[in-house]
Design a protein around this ligand. Structure first.
Ligand SMILES: NC(=O)c1ccc[n+]([C@@H]2O[C@H](COP(=O)([O-])OP(=O)(O)OC[C@H]3O[C@@H](n4cnc5c(N)ncnc54)[C@H](O)[C@@H]3O)[C@@H](O)[C@H]2O)c1
Ligand SMILES: [Zn+2]
Ligand SMILES: [Zn+2]
Length: 363
């Protein structure tokens, strides 16, 4: 089959590789129908995620069709149309029992395109298929559900739910990339009084307005703290969501919250940030961090089915999977191309489906 393969920092190619096979009875093989690229894939290509081995197929967000199931897979059958979560769940470790799938210690967690081959390919092996796949409700398109693999649950769980957004709140979201924009969309579910989006890029702030932000602040042109204080009668935001991942934006988010406020950090940080305890100790604040669990996928699917959430607005470019190299170029040059999410349509020619197979004893 063909797949997008990581060959070390700065190097990727669209290669011919062996088709995945069932290795454990809990595995399924899924034909990838639709996939997308994540900012995290770009981090990997920059060499920021050294545990990704050369030769790994990238990608952790996709929708597909089950073409083969291991002997222990009972919830899914050949032909099922499925959303593949970016987080795999073993279903039996302490954290999976608490629905903290991101922290799985039984072989799951974030493994696709990281510790095992990923989903920007014609086919993929999905470990712990019973716990890690979600049936796509009939009537919904791939593109309607695709961003539930990762970014919608990330913004919702790690941003909006950890931040405890409540009706009437002022929510400040620092960063208006796909994650910040998905935070705007999912914060709205709780009817905050005001959503303030902060970014350096006017194009992205325009999108934030389109997706439901009430106020936008370009913090390269104006003092975001001053403006938020003005808007909140000098108190500060009830909730600040950090959706960038650099020290300056974490420190900004900490300055934006009122006494008793909450800072939900979503950004992936590569450098230490300063926690100004000399200012914060007295303010009763709560700071949360986290990796997405994707435990909210069923809830988000219901919201899409009910017409309350429309993630397709995040798609800006469409390619076929065999144009993945070009799609990466467009996605990586977002300042110029204005890309948010690029959608890759699968190119696998449907194969004859195979019956359930038992695990290989040597696996
Ligand atoms: N915690 C998790 O589970 C999880 C999951 C997925 C992604 N993430 C992280 O979320 C973060 C956001 O992801 P994304 O895909 O939206 O990234 P992105 O790079 O597309 O967007 C970041 C945005 O931040 C803006 N920005 C940069 N510096 C800024 C500054 N100083 N002040 C204001 N805005 C600034 C940029 O203009 C851009 O619009 C990343 O760090 C990503 O790795 C976390
Ligand atoms: Zn991702
Ligand atoms: Zn587990």
């Amino acid at each position: 089959m063909r797949a997008l393969v990581y060959h070390g920092p700065g190097q990727r190619s669209w290669d011919t590789v062996p088709n995945p096979t069932i290795q454990l009875p809990t595995d399924a093989i899924v034909k990838i129908d639709t996939a997308t690229i994540c900012g995290t894939d770009l981090h990997i290509l920059k060499g920021d995620v050294p545990e990704v081995k050369i030769g790994t197929i990238l990608g952790h967000e996709a929708v597909g069709t089950v073409v083969e199931t291991g002997a222990a897979v009972t919830n899914f059958q050949i032909g099922d149309h499925v959303l593949i979560s970016c987080i795999t769940s073993c279903g039996s470790c302490r954290f999976c029992k608490e629905a903290r799938y991101g922290q799985c210690t039984g072989g799951g967690g974030w493994i696709f395109g990281h510790l095992i081959n990923g989903l920007q390919a014609e086919y993929a092996r999905v470990p712990f298929a019973d716990n890690s796949l979600y049936k796509v409700p009939s009537g919904l398109t791939d593109e309607q559900v695709l961003f539930l693999s990762d970014i919608l649950p990330t913004s919702f769980e790690v941003g909006v739910l950890n931040g405890g957004v409540r009706p009437g709140d002022t929510v400040a979201i620092v960063g208006a990339g796909p994650i910040g924009l998905a935070a705007v969309m999912t914060a709205k579910l709780f009817t905050p009084a005001r959503i303030i989006a902060i970014d350096l890029d006017d194009g992205r702030l325009g999108k934030a307005k389109e997706f439901g932000a009430d106020v936008t602040i370009n913090n390269s042109a104006e003092d975001a703290v001053k403006r938020v204080l003005e808007l909140t009668g000098g108190l500060g935001a009830d909730v600040a969501i950090e959706a960038v991942g650099v020290p300056a934006t974490f420190e900004l988010a900490a300055e934006l919250i009122r006494a008793g406020g909450k800072l939900a950090n979503v950004g992936v940080h590569g450098k230490p940030a300063t926690l100004h305890l000399e200012k914060l100790w007295i303010k009763d604040v709560t700071i949360t961090t986290g990796l997405v669990d994707t435990s909210s996928i069923p809830q988000l699917l219901s919201l899409i089915q009910g017409g309350r959430l429309n993630p397709t607005v995040l798609s800006t470019h469409r390619f076929s999977m065999d144009q993945a190299m070009e799609a990466y170029d467009v996605f990586a040059d977002a300042a110029k191309t204005h890309a948010l999410k690029v959608v890759l349509a699968g190119t696998a020619v449907p194969v004859e489906t195979k019956p359930k197979v038992a695990a290989r004893s040597s696996a």
